[in-house]
Design a protein around this ligand. Structure first.
Ligand code: MSP
Length: 506
């Protein structure tokens, strides 16, 4: 049986249209999912939409729609974008689906019956855009410490989750599992937050109606974060523990943005503890994108629309840029100049040229029939070793979620390939019939190295890799077993590759 790998993205709010922030997590999760599939894992990749709560209800009222009409309309934009971006999710959960409501009701009931959810009264400051309650002391100059918007005082009867009870158990879990929260800096932030003391958490609202009612007391609506976080198990069929839930839970990694780490690393694990369910193996928080140095916001009208980027630069260039430009876990800045620079240098120049030059030579010198290599010289072995070692480095880096470093490791092999052509000078060898065997070896090494490069790149840039592998005559499935030197057979038909990425002028 194949080992399983379960990866999730956050479920996106439907009161907003998709932007590069959303695309970022989803592309990262997709690359990971594709990579693990390549490596022989039985992968389950989940994404979806967060459709309940006051925020969505308010947006619907403003738009003159019912919340469900709004959700139905906006969710299509997410789904269409994921299709264009080549996202290979196995499931898309909407929190308005029956399967989800059923699972949320169940877990809420379980915790209630256990006594870890109780009815009490709430009075605190609430930030509607963030759907978060704050205590007086957490406010910054009377405003929301996260988004700096005004907050309102709310007093209501509310169900509470006994989060305080799980403080020590959570700290012990974080301590015993150093990889549970990543990156490390974020882990430390969570540890300090938990050590300051966990308060019981309000997990129901009576001030609006768009959501899942509390079982047995329907004027209460389950808090949207309790509802949303549970998606990660309801999509697996929870409470039915036999099917996908039994197979894929606990999740291997929840990929999220840093702004929602507390929900994933404190609230969610303690809910699971209370319900007696296993905790996620890893929660990884990535950084935020600014745009041309500024915070991305509707009011600044600088929201970067992924569809527009795809129209202009192509899907794989966008996928590549997002993961290459900024180390996963750190903040980064998006700019068109940086994107064009990456396309021209890394894509058009380094990888595109290497493939078109080398396939053109195979056609010219060998009529497109891949020659067999003779004995490898030192320079051939160096290229081979670099290529082979890159495969294991990438494996390690992907486990660390170090996408940018993984791409750098791949690009080192591409640069080595470009240098290898210059050093081996096949055009000189071709002039001398006595060097025929040497030329055969050089061409083989060059093309085999790129076959391995494009095989592994298929996780990052599936369309480009498919084109490249097609001109390299590779028709087999890509797998761990094929990521081995020497798998491309002599006699394979090589065709001249068209430019993978046109240069962008201006
Ligand atoms: N619905 C909640 C998540 C519930 S998960 C159980 C939510 N949705 S969201 O649509 O507002 O945001 C989803 C993700 O987009 C978050 O991970 C957030 O970090 C990410 N981003 C939003 N803006 C971003 C940037 N400017 N840069 C990078 N990621 C950003 O939160």
């Amino acid at each position: 049986m194949k080992p399983t790998f379960y990866v999730t993205t956050p479920i996106y709010y439907v009161n907003d249209v998709p932007h590069i922030g959303h695309a970022y997590t989803t592309v990262a999760a997709d690359v990971l999912a594709r990579y693990k599939r390549l490596m022989g894992f039985d992968v389950y990749f989940l994404t979806g939409s967060d459709e309940h709560g006051q925020k969505v209800e308010k947006a619907a009222t403003t738009a003159g729609e019912t919340p469900l009409e709004l959700a139905d309309r906006v969710v299509k934009r997410f789904q269409a974008l994921w299709e264009r971006l080549g996202i290979s999710h196995n499931d898309f959960i909407r929190t308005t689906q029956e399967r989800h409501k059923k699972g949320v009701t169940q877990i809420f009931t379980d915790i209630l019956e256990k006594g870890d959810i109780y009815l009490g009264e709430y009075e605190d400051w609430y930030c509607t855009p963030c759907e978060t309650f704050w205590t007086e002391t957490q406010l910054i100059e009377g405003r929301c410490p996260d988004c700096n918007r005004p907050v309102e005082k709310l007093k209501e009867e509310s169900y509470f989750f006994r989060m305080s009870k799980y403080q020590e158990q959570l700290l012990a879990h974080i301590d015993a599992n150093p990889d549970f929260i990543q990156p490390k800096s974020k882990r430390n932030e969570i540890i300090s937050f938990v050590k300051e003391g966990l308060r019981d958490l309000s997990v129901s609202r009576t001030t609006f109606s768009w959501g899942i009612p509390v079982p047995g007391n329907e004027k209460h609506i389950i808090y949207v974060w309790f509802d949303a976080l549970t998606n990660y198990i309801t999509a697996l069929g929870y409470p039915d523990e036999t099917g996908n839930y039994g197979r894929y839970w606990p999740v291997d990694v929840h990929l999220i943005g840093k702004d929602i780490l507390r929900f994933h690393a404190v609230y969610w694990p303690t809910f699971l503890m209370a319900a007696g369910l296993p905790l996620p193996k890893k929660v990884f928080a990535h950084g935020w994108w600014t745009v041309e140095g500024q915070k991305m916001s509707k009011s600044l009208q600088n929201v970067v629309e992924p569809n527009m980027l795809i129209d202009k630069y192509g899907v794989d260039a966008v996928r590549y840029f997002l993961l290459r430009e900024v180390p996963f876990g750190l903040d980064g800045d998006f700019s068109h100049t940086a994107l064009v620079q990456r396309i021209n240098s890394d894509l058009a120049n380094d990888i595109g040229n290497l493939l078109s030059r080398s396939t053109a030579m195979a056609v010219k010198y060998f009529d497109g029939v891949l020659p067999a290599p003779a004995e490898l010289t030192e320079m051939d072995t160096a290229l081979k070793t670099r290529t082979v070692e890159m495969i294991s480095s990438v494996d390690r880096l992907m486990d660390e979620m170090a996408f940018s470093k993984a791409l750098q490791a791949i690009w080192e092999v591409i640069s080595a390939g470009n240098k290898y052509i210059d050093d081996a000078a096949p055009w000189t060898l071709a002039k001398d019939p006595a060097q025929r065997e040497r030329l055969e070896t050089v061409m083989y090494c060059l093309l085999e190295s790129q076959r391995m490069v494009h095989s592994i790149l298929s996780a990052f840039m599936p369309t480009t890799a498919a084109k490249a592998l097609c001109s390299l005559g590779w028709k087999e499935e890509i797998s761990r077993d094929s990521l081995v030197w020497g798998e491309l057979s002599a006699g394979t038909t090589i065709t001249k590759a068209e430019a993978l990425f046109p240069r962008i002028e201006g």
